[in-house]
Write a protein that binds this ligand. Structure first.
Ligand SMILES: Cc1cc2nc3c(=O)[nH]c(=O)nc-3n(C[C@H](O)[C@H](O)[C@H](O)COP(=O)(O)O)c2cc1C
Length: 132
């Protein structure tokens, strides 16, 4: 449930994570997300700039899974429940971050993934095993 320093560093420095969501009908949806960083050892921030199906899915079904693109740096799958912040401090900080990178960005929400499960995806005997 708690991310270690290596996991948090990988999330901080990786350019892209893959975000998996699911619709009410259980249709999976996978997208690359660049604006991502750990806020603390149990929380991953994702900024919703262009999320469309992902955003709808999360509003209807707040379960999500994330893995960093450079899996050799961080061979883990993070799962949890999201909080959607469309105003307030998390939202304001997300807007400031996005605009500092690209002025034309206008985030619709800060998505906070509260990590509840971490699994290894490392090939071998630990593949798929829960690590927290
Ligand atoms: C390199 C890259 C980085 C991206 N970063 C973000 C991001 O930080 N936030 C975001 O909302 N969408 C981002 N997108 C767009 C999403 O991948 C996706 O196109 C968007 O969520 C719409 O798909 P959906 O309707 O399935 O959600 C990025 C796309 C690429 C290719």
């Amino acid at each position: 449930m708690v991310m270690n320093k290596e996991m948090m560093d990988a999330l901080e420095k990786n350019n892209i994570v893959w975000l998996a969501t699911a619709s009410n009908e259980s249709t999976p949806n996978l997208v690359p997300i660049g604006f991502v960083k750990p806020l603390d050892s149990e929380t991953i921030l994702l900024v919703a700039n262009f999320m469309n199906k992902s955003f709808e899915n999360l509003k209807n079904n707040p379960q999500a899974s994330v893995a960093v693109a450079d899996i050799s740096e961080c061979p883990y799958q993070f799962k949890g429940t999201v909080e959607i912040h469309e105003s307030g401090k998390y939202f304001d900080d997300a807007v400031e971050w996005a605009k500092s990178v690209m002025t034309q960005l206008a985030p619709k929400a800060a998505i906070l993934l509260k990590v509840t499960e971490i699994y290894s995806v490392q090939p071998g005997p630990d593949a798929g095993k829960r690590v927290d």
